[in-house]
Design a protein around this ligand. Structure first.
Ligand code: ADP
Ligand code: ZN
Length: 530
């Protein structure tokens, strides 16, 4: 049938203006909405903040019946429904936080055709009565939000998402729209396959966030570095600080408060009520810093987050992109800052080695980490690398740390050989393995108690590395680990050993390019010094 684009868009535009108070669609919204209104399927890949919600909310209002939105963000459903109700949209949700009475009210409203939008937690679909309920009303479309949760090896996998293909089997004529802000080629393909959306139209927006300044710095004293960032560049700003562990979330939040910076903790170990209070305070008040694990942030719509700081290395580029993407949604300048050090690599490699799952799973995790490490160690534009990861070619941005202060690279072959041969000697001659700290002490010729006690000051490699400082040596270790030229034992002590490619370095068959560390300036970051 011929597509009546003009007519449909006029209705949609009318809804956009009348209900939402906006006068124009952004980016590909019009085309997406047009596709769904006409009954077609769509896969939408758009960065956070680009306006995905309207892509299903407008068609749900244009088409007869109720738009059913599957979303894993249970904690946000009440807010979403409240916001829609304030606009006069008839919306409800069904999830596990409700009591029976509230649930029945929503179910009756749906069956009576009195809802424009119904938000569903994915686990509701496991309950047969939910499917029977959907039969009692008219479904205008299925929207599958955070669709990357269907990707089995992704960082947000939700087993319940695998059930979503049954929606299509049961209601084959109802259009479906899958939306996500995660967009590697593999995730994209997996969404299409697992949701049986092979015939859907694909809409891929640019993933560039030009107002975000990306910076990745060597970690030495992370809390002091963070404090300096906040005081010199972001005084009084709202921002998010991500930490890996719950304990470091609490300690960091307390540290900031002690230093006079208003900060709140957020992690899955806190009471539901504390979490909800902290989240809503962060959304409503100005100038609060949320210190959180990655449990915080999915679906958070706060436009004026001026910085996102990572005190620990994210596990994947997708995660990094999503987390940093929460900065600067208002389009104004924002900072994405990450402090990254040797310990991060050691810790994450160990976590992968000891993780549950089969070898293929560990390989996948390892590949995610390697991509993240490559972004950290690059001498190229961060943005170019980031966008390339999402399959989008670009040119140097002129705004990231490597563009503003291009790092020098240096020939680290000899340094690498010194370190690797120290490991070899200790292992061959003494049958022992050590962590980075002790190895660096030997290279620098430090007669620590441990060095003398073990007699390591008599090794031929003792004091052969005085041309570099201790932080520089730690940088060498970190970069060799990142490049896979060195490995960590799974013993939990950060013990270093050779990797399969170490031999090529020792024999001189392979040159080692390293990035020269910009040792922490106590003054300002690139923005201030530029
Ligand atoms: P996403 O889900 O992609 O992260 P949202 O749907 O939450 O993004 O939209 C981000 C913000 O942009 C919201 O405040 C939304 O109201 C606003 N927005 C979306 N589309 C438009 C538009 N066409 N005109 C004006 N504002 C819009
Ligand atoms: Zn750049």
């Amino acid at each position: 049938a011929a597509r009546r684009v003009g007519a449909v868009t006029a209705t949609a535009l009318d809804v956009l203006a009348r209900v939402f108070g906006y006068d124009a669609f952004r980016g590909q919204q019009a085309e997406i909405i047009d596709t769904v209104v006409q009954g077609g399927d769509a896969i939408v890949l758009m960065p956070t903040g680009a306006g995905k919600s309207l892509c299903y909310q407008v068609p749900a209002l244009v088409r007869p019946g109720t738009g059913v939105v599957v979303s894993p963000l249970i904690a946000l459903m009440q807010d979403q429904v409240d916001a829609l109700s304030a606009l006069g949209v008839r919306a409800g949700f069904l999830n596990s936080t409700q009591d029976g009475h509230a649930r029945r009210q929503v179910e009756e409203a749906f069956a009576a055709g009195e809802l424009d939008l119904l938000y569903l937690a994915p686990e509701r679909l496991r309950v047969p009565s939910t499917l029977e309920l959907l039969d009692r009303g008219t479904v205008s479309l299925f929207a599958i939000d955070e669709a990357h949760c269907v990707a089995q090896w992704g960082h947000d996998f939700r087993p319940d998402y695998l059930q979503l293909s049954l929606l299509h089997k049961r209601w084959p004529t109802v259009p479906r729209i899958a939306l996500t802000a995660t967009a590697t080629e593999t995730t994209h393909a997996e969404i299409a396959r697992r949701l049986q959306l092979e015939d859907a139209r694909h809409f891929v927006a640019s993933f560039d966030r030009p107002n975000i300044q990306y910076r990745i710095v060597p970690k030495d004293n992370p809390r002091a570095q963070l404090l300096e960032l906040l005081r010199t560049e972001h005084p009084g700003d709202s921002g998010i600080v991500y930490c890996l562990s719950r304990a470091s979330v609490e300690q960091t939040a307390q540290h900031l408060v002690d230093q006079g910076i208003p900060a709140l903790p957020y992690h899955a170990g806190l009471d539901r009520e504390v979490r909800a209070t902290n989240q809503s305070r962060f959304l409503r008040e100005d100038g609060l810093v949320m210190v959180a694990t990655i449990a915080f942030g999915m679906g958070i719509d706060k436009p004026d987050v001026r910085f996102v700081a990572h005190l620990d290395l994210p596990k994947s580029v997708e995660g990094y992109y999503q987390e940093t993407g929460r900065a600067g949604r208002d389009g104004l300048p924002a900072t994405a800052w990450l402090a990254y050090g040797l310990q991060d690599v050691v810790q994450q490699r160990r976590m992968i080695d000891t993780s549950d799952g089969d070898a293929a799973h560990r390989r996948r995790l390892g590949a995610h980490l390697d991509a993240m490490l490559a972004l950290c160690e690059t001498v190229e534009c961060r943005r170019v690398r980031l966008l390339a990861y999402f399959g989008q070619p670009s040119t140097p941005c002129g705004n990231c740390d490597t563009c503003l202060a291009p790092p020098e690279s240096w020939d680290g072959t000899v340094a690498a050989q010194k370190l690797l041969s120290t490991i070899v000697r200790l292992e061959r001659e003494r049958g022992q393995r050590y962590g980075a700290g002790h190895l660096v002490d030997i290279l620098l010729g430090k007669r620590t108690a441990r060095v003398t006690q073990l007699g390591h000051d008599s090794l031929t490699v003792f004091r052969v590395g005085t041309e570099l400082t201790e932080p520089e040596w730690r940088g060498v270790v970190r970069q060799l680990l990142a490049q896979g030229l060195l490995a960590v034992d799974a013993d939990g002590y950060g013990t270093l050993r050779l990797s399969v490619t170490s031999a090529d370095v020792l024999t001189g068959a392979r040159q080692v390019e390293l990035r020269r560390e910009v040792v922490r300036s106590r003054t300002r970051g690139p923005r201030g010094s530029a």
